[in-house]
Design a protein around this ligand. Structure first.
Ligand SMILES: [Zn+2]
Length: 725
């Protein structure tokens, strides 16, 4: 989840050079032309750990601080360019890394609050300031005079003596600017600009059309009988929607963004199920009023052309430059490895569902519109889970202190002390000092658990202060969740899902706390998109580890330990229906990669709507998945993640699967080596979660596990085995 907020702040607070780190005194750059900032954000916080002093920040501070922060940053960049001395690592790369401190300070606090405790005023400032921050970022990344100095240092790198981290900072700075277009000729740059404009237009058009295909094409049925199975409330909502859409007296079911539709399992009328599914599946492929096929073909073609201008064979290669997987082939091979087990599981699951249909008196075989109806039935029979009864064992403060913190103590030797002296942005935020294995202070942890209207959905982690030796900063880290708050006076319980989320987000926090870097832009969680979710996922394993569970999961009234049978059921249920649940995600990820890996000639050849259909079909069929049983979670024609913005998650949808592979393989390593031990924790810390973005991720993994990552543990964890059970 970190990636989302990180991306926002990084995009807002610049790609090259600027960090989101509140740092020490801005280095005097000799040039007198650098303006002085004023107000709270002009200097570091004087609180312990430079933690933000929310008692001193008012909403009036942000706009002037952003304006001043950008002006100072621009002047600092100009000073680097104007430096009469020849470019060196120190006077160019490090100077760039040090620039933008005030902007970083204001952006860090501002984007933390717009996420977790926003107001109308903050939202309005966000709308006003975001395009200015983007333009400011571009003015640095695309500055030719600055690039000339960066390139001079880069070209001389073989002759320089640098630490590994110095070398990585230099490489990232240089490659980041090259990726933005610094090496292009003027003519190429003009063409890239034109492509960007076209991409921006056509992706917006796609997004609107896909949205309209969903919102403006509800399923309309004439009679209530066709909606049998739905609750009275759902039927009333359907009648209201029909009236709203100009069909009074009829019933309407709105489409959701995925191929599967949430009401399908409840509808008992098979014909209605099929109609709803077919409408969803064909919502934008020309079989109804909407057709996005030529839009997405154009997007694929423009992206391939843009990649070619950068000398890359395809869009995926261009987009994946800073990823762990790096090349589309690596991601494709990885996914293709899963196909045999996945397809076998899909066939096996279909047989189970066919038996359930037969038992139910049906004389047909399962189709996608029947799938969840029968899967849910079988699941309820096999694993009846009472989630409310379960949550009685999960008292929030115990989960945090006796579960999450306890595991971190056992593994890494950490100790936590609640503190009440630091100002917080909302009374429900708790703070802790984190002490390291040697007793020294490691950093500060903010825990902001509850749902509230001023918070966006989901859960995430980020830093108020990034660890960095450059500024002598220790990490100040927050976890934000959306746990429904118990009524006043009642014990705060949490669902098992939220227990997992607490362990997950704290896994990101550990990645931040164990950062041991010189430079903030390489520190802690500043890692690739297909890597950053890995340490957080690994930390989830301790939620159900017997020793940890015994320490925190006790009934809030009786103190009785959670029955092992409850935990076993969860583990078993998590392997159920993976042929579909996992299969539809794999199909979507493969489709994303196939569209992204087209050469310019291949992309240009897909020039009719029929060829779009054929390409999609062939891409999926070639793989051997049972696509008529388990279609992709999104078809190309409504795959917003990859087609509704100029880059978005294109060539990146596989990341979820990739980090899961790293996660599951690492869990196996822990279990093979004795589980929850200090030796294991110290080894993981030393090899992976203290390394930030300073080295090749495969090398990092090999240092940890002694070999390359293997997909088998992930397949096993999801119950995807080739031989029938
Ligand atoms: Zn996460």
């Amino acid at each position: 989840m970190k990636a989302h907020i990180l991306a926002t702040v990084a995009a807002a607070a610049l790609l090259a050079g600027c960090t989101t780190t509140p740092g020490g005194e801005v280095e005097t750059m000799a040039q007198a032309s650098i303006p002085e900032g004023t107000g709270y954000f002009a200097s570091d916080s004087t609180l312990p750990f430079k933690a933000p002093d929310f008692t001193k920040i008012s909403e009036d501070d942000y706009v002037p601080a952003f304006e001043q922060g950008m002006a100072i940053h621009s002047a600092e960049i100009q000073a680097i360019i104007d430096n009469p001395e020849a470019p060196t690592f120190e006077n160019t790369i490090v100077a760039l890394e040090k620039s933008g401190q005030m902007l970083g300070r204001v952006a860090t606090v501002f984007f933390a609050l717009t996420g977790s405790n926003t107001t109308d005023r903050l939202d309005a400032i966000n709308t006003e300031i975001s395009p200015k921050l983007t333009a400011h970022g571009d003015s640095i990344t695309l500055n030719p005079a600055l690039f000339a100095r960066v390139k001079a240092v880069y070209d001389n790198r073989a002759a320089m003596s640098m630490t590994r981290e110095d070398a990585k900072l230099l490489e990232d700075t240089y490659e980041g600017m090259v990726h933005a277009g610094a090496l292009l000729t003027d003519a190429q740059r003009e063409r890239v600009k034109a492509i960007n404009t076209e991409l921006s237009e056509v992706t917006t058009e796609f997004g609107l059309a896909a949205r309209s295909a969903m919102a403006d094409q509800p399923l309309i049925v004439d009679t209530k009988a066709e909606l049998a199975g739905l609750s009275d409330a759902d039927i009333k909502a359907a009648a209201d929607l029909a009236t709203e859409k100009g069909h009074p007296g009829k019933f309407a079911i709105a489409l959701q963004n995925t191929t599967q539709q949430p009401l399908l399992p409840t509808l008992t009328n098979r014909a209605t199920r099929e109609k709803l599914f077919q409408l969803s599946f064909h919502r934008a492929d020309g079989q109804r009023a909407k057709d996005t096929r030529m839009m997405l073909a154009k997007i694929a073609k423009l992206r391939a052309e843009k990649a070619a201008l950068f000398g890359e064979p395809d869009w995926a290669t261009y987009a994946m430059w800073d990823r762990m997987a790096e090349k589309p082939k690596t991601a494709l091979d990885f996914m293709e490895q899963m196909v045999p087990a996945l397809a076998a599981t899909q066939r096996r699951e279909a047989e189970v569902l066919n038996a359930a249909i037969k038992k139910d008196g049906g004389n047909y075989t399962v189709k996608p519109w029947d799938w969840y109806r029968y899967a849910n039935k079988v699941k309820a029979e096999r694993y009846s889970l009472d989630e409310d009864a379960m949550s009685e064992y999960f008292q929030m403060d115990k989960v945090l202190e006796d579960g999450v913190f306890y595991a971190a103590g056992k593994l890494y030797g950490l100790r936590f002390e609640r503190r009440t002296d630091l100002p917080v942005y909302h009374p429900d935020v708790w703070t802790y000092t984190v002490f390291d294995r040697d007793g020294s202070e490691l950093g500060v942890f903010y825990f902001d658990p509850f749902q509230r209207p001023s918070k966006r959905g989901g859960a995430w982690m980020s830093n108020f202060v990034d660890q960095s030796k450059l500024w002598n900063n220790k990490p100040v880290i927050y976890n934000v969740l959306n746990i429904p708050k118990a009524p006043e006076g009642e014990v705060q319980l949490v669902s098992f899902d939220n227990v997992n989320t607490m362990f997950h987000e704290f896994g990101h926090a550990l990645h931040g706390f164990f950062a041991n870097q010189m430079y903030p832009s390489l520190s802690g969680t500043a890692t690739a998109r297909d890597f950053v979710e890995y340490p957080s996922q690994v930390n989830e394993v301790w939620a159900t580890y017997p020793e940890v569970l015994a320490n925190y999961a006790k009934h809030y009234k009786t103190g009785a330990p959670i029955p092992q049978s409850m935990i076993d059921k969860i583990e078993e249920a998590s392997k159920f229906n993976q042929g579909y649940d996992f299969g539809e995600v794999v199909a979507a990820a493969l489709l994303d990669m196939k569209w992204s890996a087209l050469s310019p000639a291949e992309a240009a050849a897909i020039d009719t709507p029929e060829k779009v259909d054929a390409f999609e079909r062939k891409s999926l069929e070639d793989l051997g998945l049972e696509i008529d049983l388990v279609p992709p979670r999104y078809r190309s024609t409504y795959f917003n993640h990859i087609f509704s913005s100029p880059s978005g998650y294109s060539a990146g949808y596989y990341s979820y699967l990739w980090t899961e592979m790293l996660d599951r393989d690492s869990r196996k390593w822990f279990m093979d080596n004795g589980g929850l031990t200090r030796a294991n924790g110290d080894h993981y810390r030393a090899t992976v979660i203290s390394q930030g973005g300073t080295m090749d991720y495969f090398e990092m993994f090999r240092n940890f596990a002694g070999r390359n990552p293997d997909v088998t543990p992930m397949l096993e964890a999801r119950g995807l085995v080739t031989e029938p059970k």
